[in-house]
Design a protein around this ligand. Sequence first.
Ligand code: PDD
Length: 296
Amino acid sequence: MSRIAYVNGRYVPLQDAAVHVEDRGYQFADGVYEVIALRGNRLVDAQGHYDRLWRSMGELQIEPPMTEAAMKLVVDQLIRRNRLPDALIYMQVTRGVAARDFKFPKSTNPGRESALVITVRPAKLDHTAQLRDGVKVVTTPDQRWKRRDIKSVALLPQVLAKQKAAEAGAFEAWMVDDDGFITEGSSSNAWILTRDKKLVTRQATNMILKGVTRTSLLRFAEEQGIAIEERAFTPEEAYEAVEAFVSSATTFLLPIVEIDGHVIGNGKPGSFGEKLRAAYMAYADGERGDDTRWVA
Ligand code: PDD
């Protein structure tokens, strides 16, 4: 069965899904995006992703292509048409098609110019091997712009970081700012559990993307009574951690067993991470009522 994508008002077979060469997303990376997991036919943490998508558009003065309620209907329709119980929903909004000119095009039809593309791609979301063995991380300089809080499609630094990780046999690259502190992973947030049992993740400022998964995990960690510190930490502090994790819509939470060749804890996934992931998965399974709201 062919996969179906949504492109600017039409449901089309993926192989025919195309945007105009003068789409500003293509020419200027002038757009924003979200990724939502679909697991056992349930969207995971969806409201948080819509909240953040609207905020990203607002920060860049991109007109929403439709209302949030309408976009949710399109996503539901796509899920129905693709019949994939476990998948990743990718949604991208750009400033639309206009003759190449850096400044925003003059609006002639407000609310009708931005471009919306949504795709659904099959994904294995049980992460069996990574949960059993843990994953490896390497660090790399953070080469991004200063508005990392906006989920922009300008991902070249992350592409290069992830490639570096892959070439080093690692799952993720943790990016390090000019002051020597880890910001986040190339497509995930970064966490450590210190020897004195404090859960540490960088504070959400313009320096990182405030993860939707991160927001929910902080809520569940708090419920578990662990001390939480939202602050920056260095690679050296991370090497000494008893546990470390990545979090994102595609990984939920995965345990890290090695950073830059330094073994974390006893080299095996730890019990705190396991408990926190279990809390998140119960939430993903709908056992906790409503989604967490994501607040900027
Ligand atoms: N990336 N930090 C960065 C730079 C990210 O790209 C992501 C997500 C996250 C985690 O955010 P969330 O928990 O809301 O997924 C943090 C997505 C999954 C991607 O680009 O594929």
